[in-house]
Design a protein around this ligand. Structure first.
Ligand code: NAD
Length: 275
């Protein structure tokens, strides 16, 4: 039996998920990568790239992670085809800019079911399989969350709530599954250049405002997230579980507390308040 691993990455037809899939495939650590997306043509483009440029095998399994039956089928079809699952990356995610008072229950369910329920069902099903493998190398789940599991985001209540939920779901699963040698961790990106952030490519004002929140002073690349996921999925991270790795150029360091000489502090807090 090959000691190489089999990975499933949800939402891997583009963006961060695609970068993770290609990074795994090029690492020579994997025998097969399953590409999941809702549209077959998009998923097949990534499959073709992996099959044509690496020694790793790849297959597309179409499915909507907001549907329990699709998540169950994704894991079942992976096992039928490749006999095992070593790594699951719950990456698929959506967001929507809507004020709280205009957020319908349907909006809430749409976002929560992709961003939180999908990772729950895919993890549950993958863990059932990982436990049967009884592999000394164990299994690994990586949830792609967001800095918004920490930083509140007005107009994004269902999104930030989902990502906050991923935080506790990950820690709880990590504790429950440690004895089974299944590690569960989070990678939480800041602002990354993908289609999800299309407006940062076209709206200079929005880009400027966003950069003010990033001490490193630039938008991140999908590859920079993928490299950390690759590390966490590898044996180099064998002692890491229940942790969050934030990839955000310092966004979560409270940048407004950074050295900024544009404010006159004497004006806001007069040195001698008796005057
Ligand atoms: P993206 O929009 O470029 O790609 C999202 C992927 O998910 C696509 O392949 C899409 O087809 C797939 N997808 C969406 N809904 C799905 C569903 N119901 N079922 C199956 N697949 C589905 O987004 P991205 O920027 O690559 O985001 C990936 C993850 O990273 C998401 O969980 C997102 O919340 C998170 N994230 C992204 C950023 C960023 O700045 N781009 C920041 C923080 C967190």
């Amino acid at each position: 039996m090959s000691s190489k691993k089999v990975a499933v990455i949800t939402g891997s037809s583009k963006g961060i998920g695609k970068a993770i899939a290609l990074t795994f495939a090029r690492s020579k650590e994997y025998s097969a990568i399953v590409i999941n997306a809702r549209k077959l043509e998009e998923a097949e483009q990534v499959v073709e790239e992996i099959n044509n440029t690496t020694e790793c095998d790849s297959a597309a399994i179409v499915g909507d992670v907001s549907q329990e039956t699709d998540c169950i089928r994704l894991i079942e079809e992976t096992v039928t085809r490749y006999r095992r699952i070593d790594v699951l990356v719950n990456n698929a995610g959506i967001q929507k800019d809507i004020p709280l008072t205009e957020t319908t229950l349907q909006d809430w369910y749409n976002i929560i079911s992709v961003d939180l329920t999908g990772p729950f069902v895919c993890s549950r099903e993958a863990v059932k399989q990982m436990k049967t493998q009884n592999d000394p190398a164990g299994g690994c789940i990586i949830n792609i969350s967001s800095v918004h599991q920490i930083i509140p985001k007005p107009h994004y209540v269902p999104y930030a709530t989902s990502k906050g939920g991923i935080d506790m779901m990950t820690k709880t699963m990590a504790l429950e599954l440690a004895a089974d040698k299944i590690r569960v961790n989070i990678v939480a990106p800041g602002a990354i250049d993908t289609d999800m952030n299309m407006s940062l490519r076209t709206d200079t004002l929005e880009l400027e405002e966003t950069l003010k929140k990033i001490p490193i002073g630039r938008i991140g690349k999908a590859q920079e997230v993928a490299d950390v996921v690759d590390f966490l999925a590898s044996s180099k991270a064998s002692y890491i579980t229940g942790s969050t790795f934030v990839i955000d150029g310092g966004m979560t360091l409270y940048p407004s507390f950074g050295l900024d000489h544009s404010h006159d502090s004497n004006h806001i807090f007069p040195k001698d308040s008796s005057k």
